[in-house]
Ligand binder design. Structure first.
Ligand code: ZN
Length: 133
């Protein structure tokens, strides 16, 4: 198996959710020991990246900063969620983390974060093993 996925139920319009534990579980399911993990979301109003997950204040700080990051331009898209589309494209829908001894290799303060930009919704996070062994 080279890929697996898990679901996350988000609870707010903009939410930054630590999914490191779920990605670690996915890595165990994949059985890959070394190489890299490609973590992605198949959504146009969500994003995934690596960020600071030690201090809970960073969660709300980044959530506020994301809401304020949307530029003051005209949005024509009828769904009304172009700010979420913009943020998703700006942050990106995937990230790659090194994999060592079956676990994502992250710094002490780092974690993998799913960023909800148009919630609440049910989100899918996909994890692909780019295995070297
Ligand atoms: Zn839309």
């Amino acid at each position: 198996m080279a890929a697996t996925e898990f679901q996350v139920r988000t609870k707010k319009k903009i939410a930054r959710i630590d999914v490191t534990k779920q990605v670690e579980k996915a890595a165990r399911e994949l059985g890959a020991k070394s190489g890299a993990l490609l973590v992605s979301v198949p959504h146009t109003t969500a994003a995934v990246t690596v960020g600071e997950t030690w201090d809970e204040d960073v969660v709300t700080d980044v959530e506020r900063a994301l809401a304020a990051w949307v530029p003051d331009v005209r949005f024509d898209h009828g769904e009304g969620n172009s700010p979420a589309h913009f943020l998703s494209e700006a942050i990106g829908i995937s990230c790659v983390v090194p994999l060592e001894e079956g676990k994502p290799l992250l710094g002490r303060w780092q974690g993998i974060v799913l960023i909800e930009l148009d919630g609440p919704r049910e989100r899918t996070v996909r994890v692909h093993a780019i295995a070297a062994g």
